[in-house]
Write a protein that binds this ligand. Structure first.
Ligand SMILES: Cc1cc2nc3c(=O)[nH]c(=O)nc-3n(C[C@H](O)[C@H](O)[C@H](O)COP(=O)(O)OP(=O)(O)OC[C@H]3O[C@@H](n4cnc5c(N)ncnc54)[C@H](O)[C@@H]3O)c2cc1C
Length: 300
């Protein structure tokens, strides 16, 4: 571990932080900290910045302008325990180094992520990939009961195969995706922030969001506090506007609502249906940005 690491992060070393019902994130090691980013950046910018306030400003400048390589000077190694369906999303991030628990070599971990009766999410109507709201608890009780039966049955079948001498690599094939796996996951800070930006986002699936929130809020915030604050400001809580949206904003800001609506209609963002506006997905996303800015989308 980096000897400059602050005491807060040193205290976290080796600690398991629980996630979901049986998962965890455990900090194994870190290399570098905010000062390593500044140190690397000074190679390109010279000795100009020295004070803590200037270091903080430099980190903010680097992140704001996507000057990303200094952030690659910091690395983190985590030990994670994650349900396989969640891991399947996680492993798509190719810029990490991974070593996963082998169910060819070892008996599969005897734990599967279970859903509480009130936690079954309904399919979102406007986003095919998302969920919104929850099923009534009485339906949830039945689903959780059936889930428990399924987990037990799958485990029984798996054990039966193992006891019959079937190879572990084949015996595992019907284990549910809710089965927990474990891995060591090492990634540099630049790519970790990219992971967190995607997986802390409200559009990411709830389960992986819990892991990303834990890594971000519990670990990264303590490890590199200046970088974390800049990340929240310039990435996670920021809004980006396309050229088209900026054009619409100019019209909205100059009070030309009719011109704005006509321009949006011409571009196919909205259309009149039964005397009200029907918006495309992009127009809905633009509306959400306006609302964040305290403005009212005139087509809603
Ligand atoms: C909300 C959400 C929904 C998703 N839905 C789907 C889906 O329906 N189906 C699906 O298959 N995936 C889906 N994904 C996964 C997504 O497409 C990405 O594969 C995943 O988020 C990893 O992102 P990444 O490639 O940017 O990250 P990383 O693999 O960590 O890469 C980081 C960056 O490195 C660069 N990079 C890495 N490898 C290469 C390479 N070989 N070539 C060029 N550049 C590279 C890229 O700039 C990349 O952005 C979804 C992701 C999210 C967040």
């Amino acid at each position: 571990m980096n000897c400059d690491a602050n005491s807060e992060i040193r205290n976290l070393l080796g600690q398991k932080i629980n996630v979901l019902d049986d998962g965890f994130v455990r900090l194994v090691d870190v290399m570098g900290d905010d000062s390593s980013i500044v140190q690397a950046a000074r190679v390109s910018y010279g000795e100009g910045t020295k004070k803590v306030s200037e270091d903080k400003a430099l980190i903010r400048y680097l992140l704001r302008h996507h000057h990303t390589t200094p952030f690659e000077m910091c690395e983190i190694k985590l030990h994670v325990r994650v349900p396989m369906d969640c891991w399947r999303q996680w492993i798509r991030h190719r810029t990490a180094n991974v070593n996963e628990y082998s169910t060819r070599y070892s008996i599969a971990i005897d734990a599967a992520q279970a859903t509480e009766p009130e936690k079954w999410r309904l399919q979102a109507q406007d986003n095919r990939q998302g969920s919104e709201g929850y099923l009534p608890t009485e339906s949830g009780i039945r689903l959780s009961q059936r889930e428990s039966e399924l987990h037990n049955s799958c485990r029984e079948v798996y054990k039966d195969r193992i006891e019959a001498g079937v190879a572990r690599e084949q015996a595992r094939k019907d284990l549910p995706l809710s089965t927990y796996t474990e891995a060591y996951w090492k990634i540099d800070l630049h790519n970790l922030l990219h992971f967190l930006a995607l997986r802390m986002d409200s559009h990411a699936q709830y389960e992986i969001r819990q892991y990303a929130n834990t890594i971000g809020n519990e670990i990264v915030s303590k490890w590199v506090p200046h970088t974390w604050a800049a990340f929240l400001d310039y990435r996670l809580n920021s809004i980006s506007l396309s050229g088209t949206e900026i054009g619409f904003m100019v019209l909205l800001n100059s009070g030309k609502q009719d011109v704005l609506l006509e321009s949006m209609r011409e571009k196919g963002w909205i259309k009149k249906v039964d005397n009200s506006w029907k918006a495309t997905r992009e127009a809905e996303e633009f509306a959400a940005k306006l609302i964040t800015l305290g403005l009212t989308p005139p087509w809603q």
